[in-house]
Design a protein around this ligand. Structure first.
Ligand SMILES: CC(C)(COP(=O)(O)OP(=O)(O)OC[C@H]1O[C@@H](n2cnc3c(N)ncnc32)[C@H](O)[C@@H]1OP(=O)(O)O)[C@@H](O)C(=O)NCCC(=O)NCCS
Length: 201
């Protein structure tokens, strides 16, 4: 009886998560998330442009938390621009209530998967010199600092670090990606997340 009760408890609090392409009807939700995560980086027109462009992959992370209600909530977003052989990571954010549980990595790995499918060779991005959480995240997956841009973020005048990751079509990177993904899947399960399989993860 005790085991049955414990199983019931675990099932009750599973959080179903899913990564999907953003659609136009979800733009109000992503704008709200953008304000919380990034202080309002992109406009409505900016999101709609990315959704329409075949050079961009704009994904969102959704969660259904059975503890509270069955409504689907957007808790993360990420975007990649494909330019020649380069994947420019232009957006990555996780709602503050859901950070440090592996979800930022999940979106980053999804962008890697998309970059590989698009036959891109390298990935790059800019990050605020003071954004240690993001810098750690990118360096964990092999990004290296290649330069910086002064006075990039206003009004504070913070520097942007320019990060690059090479060799994303190499077999070693592809097999690492499978391992990272498996490791992350185990971590998410321990945090009571259940990831629905889609083409992005
Ligand atoms: C950056 C961000 C997306 C990370 O999301 P997250 O879900 O918390 O990240 P994860 O839990 O997957 O952590 C990934 C790694 O990032 C690093 N990291 C995350 N939060 C950190 C923190 N507060 N301090 C130091 N390192 C941190 C760690 O290396 C971590 O790996 P580990 O858990 O194995 O130690 C999130 O903090 C965020 O949305 N920030 C605001 C938006 C932003 O700055 N986006 C990036 C713009 S370039």
């Amino acid at each position: 009886m005790k085991d049955a009760e414990q199983n019931y408890f675990v099932i009750l609090f599973v959080k179903e998560i899913e990564i999907k392409l953003l659609t136009p009807s979800q733009v109000p939700a992503v704008l709200a998330l953008d304000r919380v995560c990034l202080g309002g980086l992109w406009t409505e027109e900016g999101y709609l442009r990315e959704i329409e462009s075949d050079k961009s992959t704009l994904i969102a992370l959704f969660m259904v938390d059975s503890e509270f209600n069955e409504q689907m909530q957007m808790i993360g977003m990420a975007c990649l621009w494909s330019i020649v052989e380069e994947a420019h990571i232009t957006l990555l954010g996780i709602h503050p209530d859901h950070r440090q549980q592996g979800l930022g990595q999940l979106l980053l790995l999804s962008l890697f998967k998309d970059a590989i499918a698009r036959q891109l060779e390298r990935a790059t991005l800019e990050v605020n010199e003071h954004n240690l959480a993001a810098i750690n995240l990118y360096q964990k997956y092999g990004f290296q600092i290649a330069g910086s841009r002064r006075n990039y973020y206003q009004p504070a005048g913070d520097e942007a670090l320019v990060l690059w990751l090479k060799g994303i079509q190499q077999e070693t990177f592809k097999s690492n990606l499978i391992q990272w993904r498996q490791h992350l899947s185990d971590r998410l399960s321990k945090n009571s997340y259940h990831l629905k399989q889609t083409k992005f993860c």
